[in-house]
Design a protein around this ligand. Structure first.
Ligand SMILES: [Zn+2]
Length: 247
């Protein structure tokens, strides 16, 4: 929908943007992304990616909607409790932008199924809440040489990093975490301030759109968001020579 002769559409503000323009928007519309985890982070990221016209969005989450999700998972409401997250998310995102393709996978993918899915997309977003899945998604991205946009949020803290796709030089998520860090798992036990995953999910959408549009992004850098002080910290991630995934 980038015909200059047509009336302004949803992409009008991107077309007016020097950094995106008609070329960048056309690239965005041809892009395919996989979003693993449609919780607080995935809800925010998917809404901006859908609204921005990313041509194909694949949502993957086996979970159903619980009342305790509603404080931060802003695609869902009380009427959705008990229903599949990806089913409801797909409906809402399609209503937001009927011109894009949205696929949903309401199951936990094994390594092979995940690899198949990753092969067919340009970028993978990980907004899951546990290290087992994060490591699985990371390893699949490294194997397929795909860009991984990774985000997490807990308490008043958020983090974001972009890895790959050239893992001969880029560090990976396992270079950052060699083993599960329990203090970073379970929003149920630790709590999380509602909009923190929204900030991280929105930033993941920004990095993803920049990559889709052909803009530069900084890879292998961890950005830590501290909602208590409203500050960001930037930490370079070192590629580990003994990393089990990207070495
Ligand atoms: Zn690594």
């Amino acid at each position: 929908m980038t015909d200059a002769a047509s009336a302004p559409g949803r992409e009008a503000r991107h077309l007016a943007l020097n950094q995106v323009g008609a070329n960048g928007q056309a690239r965005i519309e041809k892009s395919a992304v996989l979003i693993v985890g449609v919780g607080g982070i995935g809800c925010a990221a998917s809404q901006y990616l859908a609204a921005s016209g990313v041509g194909r969005i694949v949502l993957c989450d086996f979970d159903t909607i619980d009342v305790t999700n509603l404080g931060r998972q802003i695609l869902y409401g009380p009427v959705d409790i008990g229903n599949s997250k990806v089913g409801v998310a797909r409906q809402r995102l399609s209503a937001c932008n009927p011109d894009i393709n949205i696929d949903s996978i309401a199951e936990r993918l094994d390594d092979q199924a995940l690899a198949e899915r990753i092969k067919k997309v340009d970028i993978v977003l990980d907004g899951t809440d546990n290290f087992a899945t994060r490591f699985q998604v990371n390893d699949a991205c490294v194997a397929a040489q795909k860009t991984l946009v990774s985000g997490a949020a807990i308490r008043l803290e958020g983090q974001l990093a972009v890895f790959g796709p050239n893992y001969a030089v880029s560090p990976c998520y396992r270079c950052l975490y060699t083993e599960a860090d329990e203090s970073l798992e379970s929003c149920a036990g630790n709590g999380v301030l509602g909009p923190v995953p929204g900030v991280i999910g929105s930033m993941m959408a920004i990095e993803t759109l920049k990559i889709c549009a052909g803009l530069e992004v900084e890879r292998g850098v961890l950005r830590l968001y501290d909602a208590a002080s409203s500050d960001f910290q930037r930490v370079a991630i070192t590629k580990r020579p003994d990393c089990p995934a990207c070495h």
